[in-house]
Design a protein around this ligand. Structure first.
Ligand code: I6G
Length: 679
C-alpha cells in the first residue's frame, strides 16, 4: 500500500537530490553557481534529515554521500577490466617525430591527426558507472590491480555521482579514467592550515592528492580540496566513439571536467608548436602539469596500432623539464633585506631545474630550517615554480652522512655587526637588523627604489647599486639623482656609453606617478596594492605626508600596520629630508587618479565595484567609465571588500559569491537610476 506521506517525502528527497547534483556540477565543474553556499547547505541539510529518517530513500548517487562514510580497516583490491597502461615518454622533438614516423609506418598512412592535452601531475584513477551511477573507483595501482577507493572518490565534488543524460543516454557500463589533482592555491592553503595545526606538510600537490585519496576514513578525504580531470575510458558498453575528441566531448556531456587546454586536428608540426605554447603557459596554470600527452585521434587507428606490454603505441607523453631536482647545500648564508629582516639562503651545487641553473634557494627563516632539519652538506630536493625564488622542498634523509653541519642564526648583523633583534611574526621568529644606516639595508632599499615597478631606472642593476654604495656615491635614494656621468665613467662595469645611457634613464625616470613613488619608498607593509590605494585617496604627496593614521585606516584595503608604517615613515626627519632632496632634483610626481575629495558626495565614490553579466542599455566598459568618473574603483573579482556588484543578465559565479559575502547587488535598472541621480 502506498502511503501518501512517505510518497511525498520520497518525491521531496528525489527533487533535492536532483537539485543538489545540478548545483554541485554548476559550482565545481562549470564554475557558474546560481545559488549561494548557504542555500546549498540548507538544501543538503534537509536531504540529510530525510535520508536519516527514511534510509530507504538514500541512493548511492545521493549528494549526501559526498561527506564520507564509515572508516575502512584496509583498502580492498580490484582488478581493472582493461589494464591501466602507462605512457612512453618523449624528452625532445626528435622523440615525438620518431613516434609519428612509427605511427604512419605501422598504419601505412601519409599523415595523421593528433589530439594533445596537458599531462596533469596528479593521481590516476578509474571510475566505474553502471547504468549511469558511480559504483566503484580504483587507483591505478600496478596497472592491473588497484585499490578500491570508492567512498573517497565520492567526496570529490567535481566527480559526478550520476552521469548527466542531457545529450546521451547513460551507457550500461562506462569506465572513465582521469587524474585527481589539487590546485596550487588549494595546496598552499592546505599546507598553511597543516602548519598552523603543527601537522606535517605535503611536499607537492601530487603528494597531497595521493595522501588525501589514500585515507581509510573518507570523512578526512571529504575535507581535502580534491579535483579531477578525465581523459579517457576503459570499458564502454552501449556507447562508442570514432575519435578521442568525440570521446572527450561525450565525457563533458556526461558531466565530467575535461581540461580546457586540449587541441585536436593537429599535424605533427602543430603538436610541437602546441608543446611550446603549453610550456609557456605552464607556470600560469592553476594546477601542476609535467608535460603534454599526444594521441592519435582516430580510435580505429588506435586499435590498429594496439598496445605494447606496458604502454599504448598510439600515445606518448612529451615531458617538460623537471621543476624539482636534487642537489647539495654547500653553505648557508644570511641576507639582510630592505627592512632589515635576515633571511637564510642555501648556496647550492648549481643544478639545472626546468631549464634554469639554480645555485641559491631561500630557506625563509630559522624556524623553517629547524622544521625541515636542513644542514650544510645535506642532499636536498630543490624546487622552482615560475618566477618565485627557488626553495628547498626537503632533505633526502637516506643521503645523510652525519657529517653535515647545523646552521645557527648569527646574533649580529653580518654586514653592520649591530645586534640582531628577534620578533614574532605569524608564529615565526623574525631576526631583524634594526640599524637604519646598515649598508646592506641601504643597498636593498635603493635596489627597490630603482626597480621596474618603482622608478624603473634601466641600467642601474643590482651589482652597480652595490658598487655605488660601496664607493660612497649613494648614501640615500635622493643621491640617485645626483649621479654624474663623469664620476660614473670608469667604475667597474661602466664604460662611457653605459654611463651616458644610465644618466639618460635617470632623467627619463624623473616623471613618475604618485602610486609608483609611494611604492618606491619601500615603506614597511606598503606594497604595490597599498601604494595604489593610498595614491587614489589623495591628490598629492604632500597630502599623504600630512595625513593621519586614522584617515589612512579608513581606506578600504589599508590595514593598521600599513597606516602606522606610512605615518611613521613620513614623520621621520631623515625621510622628510630625503624626499625634499628628491623633489629638488626636478622629480615630477603626477597623479592621474581623480581625487577622493572631488567625489565625496556620491554613492559610488571610492567604492569597490565589480561588473558582471550582460547589460542591455550600455556595454560593461561604458558602465565602467561612468562609474570611474564618479570615483569608483572597478575591480575584476569579488572579495569581502567589494562594495557593490552590478549584475547584468546571465550573471554567474560572481553573483553567487556576492550573495555569499552579503555584498549589495544592483541590477541594470537600479544602476542607471543611480548613475542619473549621482551625476
Ligand atoms: O597517465 C595518463 C595521463 C593522461 C595517460 C593518458 C593521459 O591522457 C591525457 N592517456 C593514456 C592513454 C594513458 N595514460 C595510458
Amino acid at each position: 500500500m502506498n502511503n501518501p506521506i512517505t510518497d511525498q517525502v520520497k518525491k521531496e528527497a528525489r527533487k533535492l537530490q536532483r537539485q543538489l547534483t545540478e548545483h554541485n556540477h554548476r559550482y565545481h565543474v562549470l564554475d557558474d553557481p546560481v545559488i549561494s553556499d548557504i542555500e546549498y547547505d540548507q538544501l543538503l541539510q534537509r536531504l540529510i534529515e530525510i535520508e536519516k529518517e527514511f534510509p530507504e530513500f538514500s541512493t548511492p548517487d545521493s549528494p549526501t554521500k559526498r561527506v564520507g562514510a564509515s572508516p575502512l580497516s584496509a583498502f580492498e583490491q580490484a582488478t581493472h577490466s582493461v589494464p591501466m597502461l602507462s605512457l612512453d615518454n618523449a624528452f625532445k622533438d626528435e622523440d615525438v617525430i620518431d613516434f609519428h614516423k612509427r605511427c604512419i609506418k605501422n598504419l601505412n598512412q601519409e599523415n595523421l591527426f593528433y589530439i594533445a592535452e596537458p599531462k596533469l601531475d596528479g593521481v590516476a584513477v578509474e571510475l566505474k558507472y553502471e547504468n549511469g551511477v558511480l559504483v566503484q573507483a580504483t587507483t591505478r595501482g600496478d596497472g592491473t590491480t588497484g585499490e578500491l577507493i570508492t567512498q573517497n572518490v565520492r567526496t570529490i565534488r567535481s566527480v559526478p555521482l550520476k552521469l548527466h543524460e542531457a545529450k546521451f543516454e547513460a551507457p550500461s557500463l562506462l569506465e572513465v579514467r582521469g587524474e585527481v589533482i589539487i590546485t596550487r592555491s588549494d595546496f598552499d592553503r592546505l599546507n598553511k592550515i597543516r602548519l598552523e595545526n603543527e601537522e606535517s606538510i605535503f611536499a607537492n600537490p601530487r603528494n597531497a592528492a595521493a595522501g588525501s585519496l589514500r585515507q581509510l576514513d573518507s570523512k578526512i578525504t571529504a575535507t581535502r580540496p580534491l579535483d579531477i580531470f578525465v581523459y579517457g575510458t576503459g570499458i564502454a558498453q552501449g556507447i562508442s566513439f570514432q575519435t578521442q575528441s568525440q570521446m572527450l566531448e561525450a565525457l563533458k556531456e556526461f558531466g565530467f571536467p575535461v581540461n580546457a587546454h586540449i587541441k585536436s586536428g593537429l599535424s605533427i608540426e602543430s603538436v610541437l608548436t602546441f608543446y611550446k605554447e603549453l610550456e609557456a603557459l605552464r607556470d600560469s596554470l592553476a594546477y601542476e602539469i609535467d608535460g603534454m600527452v599526444i594521441k592519435v585521434d582516430d580510435i580505429s587507428f588506435q586499435r590498429q596500432l594496439g598496445e605494447k606490454i606496458k604502454s599504448p603505441r598510439w600515445a606518448v607523453a612529451y615531458k617538460f623539464p623537471a621543476m624539482q631536482k636534487t642537489t647539495t647545500i654547500k653553505d648557508i648564508i644570511v641576507q639582510v633585506g630592505r627592512t632589515g629582516i635576515l633571511t637564510p639562503v642555501a648556496i647550492l651545487e648549481p643544478v639545472n631545474v626546468g631549464g634554469v641553473v639554480v645555485s641559491r634557494a631561500t630557506l625563509h627563516n630559522e624556524d623553517e630550517i629547524k622544521r625541515k632539519d636542513i644542514r650544510i652538506g645535506d642532499t636536498i630536493l630543490v624546487m622552482r615554480a615560475g618566477d618565485v625564488i627557488p626553495k628547498v622542498v626537503k632533505i633526502i634523509e637516506s643521503q645523510r652522512k652525519e657529517n653535515e653541519v647545523s646552521f645557527k642564526m648569527p646574533s649580529h648583523c653580518p654586514v653592520c655587526h649591530s645586534k640582531i633583534q628577534k620578533t614574532k611574526l605569524d608564529k615565526s621568529i623574525i631576526n631583524k637588523c634594526v640599524n637604519a644606516s646598515c649598508q646592506a639595508q641601504l643597498k636593498e632599499r635603493i635596489k627597490h627604489f630603482v626597480s621596474k615597478k618603482a622608478f624603473d631606472i634601466e641600467g642601474l642593476g643590482k651589482k652597480i647599486v652595490d658598487q655605488l654604495v660601496d664607493e660612497g656615491m649613494l648614501k640615500s635614494f635622493s643621491d640617485v639623482f645626483l649621479l654624474e656621468k663623469e664620476k660614473l665613467t670608469g667604475l667597474d662595469r661602466l664604460g662611457e656609453k653605459s654611463a651616458t645611457n644610465l644618466i639618460h634613464s635617470i632623467e627619463k625616470s624623473k616623471k613618475i606617478s604618485l602610486r609608483r613613488f609611494v611604492y618606491a619608498l619601500g615603506i614597511d607593509h606598503t606594497g604595490e596594492q597599498a601604494a595604489k590605494l593610498i595614491s587614489e585617496r589623495f591628490l598629492t604627496l604632500k597630502e599623504i605626508m600630512e595625513t593621519s593614521e586614522e584617515i589612512l585606516k579608513e581606506i578600504k584595503g589599508i590595514g593598521p600596520e600599513t597606516a602606522s608604517a606610512v605615518t611613521q615613515f613620513f614623520s621621520n626627519l631623515e625621510n622628510k629630508g630625503i624626499i625634499k632632496n628628491i623633489t629638488y632634483s626636478d622629480v615630477i610626481i603626477t597623479n592621474d587618479q581623480p581625487s577622493y575629495t572631488e567625489f565625496q558626495d556620491n554613492l559610488f565614490a571610492n567604492k569597490r565595484i565589480v561588473l558582471t553579466g550582460t547589460l542591455q542599455t550600455m556595454t560593461r566598459s561604458e558602465a565602467k567609465k561612468q562609474l570611474e568618473k564618479l570615483g569608483a574603483n572597478i575591480t575584476s573579482s569579488i572579495s569581502a571588500k567589494t562594495d557593490f556588484l552590478i549584475a547584468g543578465e546571465k550573471a554567474g559565479s560572481k553573483l553567487a559569491k556576492a550573495r555569499k559575502f552579503g555584498i549589495a547587488i544592483l541590477d541594470e535598472t537600479q544602476l542607471t537610476a543611480l548613475l542619473k541621480e549621482n551625476v
